[in-house]
Design a protein. Structure first.
Length: 246
């Protein structure tokens, strides 16, 4: 399971055509602040797949595009440590996430951490998805060109091997496209594939146990009576004699 998870979280070469590569993409300071808020947010619309896609983007991003820009590099370090807190340690509460990140960095970072709107979350999810899709085609382009060249130069008798390799190439691209899909908790589906199954189970547990699913009463007695407060998607009826509680 751990080996399969590692292969899912990182893009690693699997055959002679694939080589380690980086893309020269550069997020501006506003986008980096948005990603910092994303990894620390308690918004229920953010799922585990969103964090995984950001980590995959950072894994293939060329950090040299920032040169010696310490502010941007510190924010990138913050995002990486935030992803470790969310993915590896499964932290969900902002205070604990920030404590884990800043404790690991050992420095004070000028951050603009805030709760994100759903439109901002959607922008991050779609943007990361598009970057990964571009990177998938970029990493497979040389292999595809070589196979298509072989196909055009091969005769009918030798077509079988080339066609099989082309089919595997297309399937590999399709798998990467599915992995890069922008996540939405509204259309979350279940799959028995190890990496996808684990993500869905973790996300379901996160939503079920999230503190944001509970509405606290102003009266401690009612919180105790209801097991901590009113939970989302449950129906409660409070009954009492006339004049009680006034």
């Amino acid at each position: 399971m751990s080996n399969r998870r590692a292969s899912y979280l990182e893009d690693k070469p699997t055959d002679r055509y694939q080589k380690p590569f980086q893309i020269d993409i550069k997020f501006d300071i506003v986008e980096l602040d948005l990603l910092c808020s994303y990894v620390a947010s308690e918004n229920r619309s953010i799922g585990r797949g969103g964090f995984i896609n950001i980590r995959r983007v950072l894994n293939i991003m060329n950090p040299s595009v920032y040169g010696n820009d310490k502010q941007c590099l510190d924010k990138l370090d913050f995002i990486r440590k935030g992803l470790a807190a969310r993915i590896d340690k499964n932290l969900q509460i902002k205070h604990l996430i920030l404590k884990d990140i800043l404790g690991g960095m050992g420095i004070d970072v000028d951050l603009n951490i805030r709760e994100l709107e759903n439109t901002e979350i959607d922008w991050v999810n779609v943007n990361m998805s598009n970057i990964l899709k571009y990177a998938s085609f970029q990493s497979e382009a040389d292999k595809g060109l070589e196979l298509l060249t072989q196909l055009k130069s091969s005769n009918y008798a030798s077509r079988g091997t080339v066609v099989d390799e082309l089919e595997n190439w297309v399937n590999n691209i399709q798998n990467k496209m599915r992995q890069a899909k922008a996540e939405s908790t509204e259309d979350m589906t279940f799959s028995l594939k190890p990496e996808e199954c684990e993500n869905v189970i973790r996300e379901t547990y996160r939503q079920a146990t999230s503190p944001r699913n509970i509405l606290k009463f102003g009266t401690q007695a009612l919180n105790i009576l209801t097991g901590g407060g009113v939970y989302a998607k449950r129906v409660y009826v409070l009954l009492g004699l006339p004049g009680e509680g006034l």
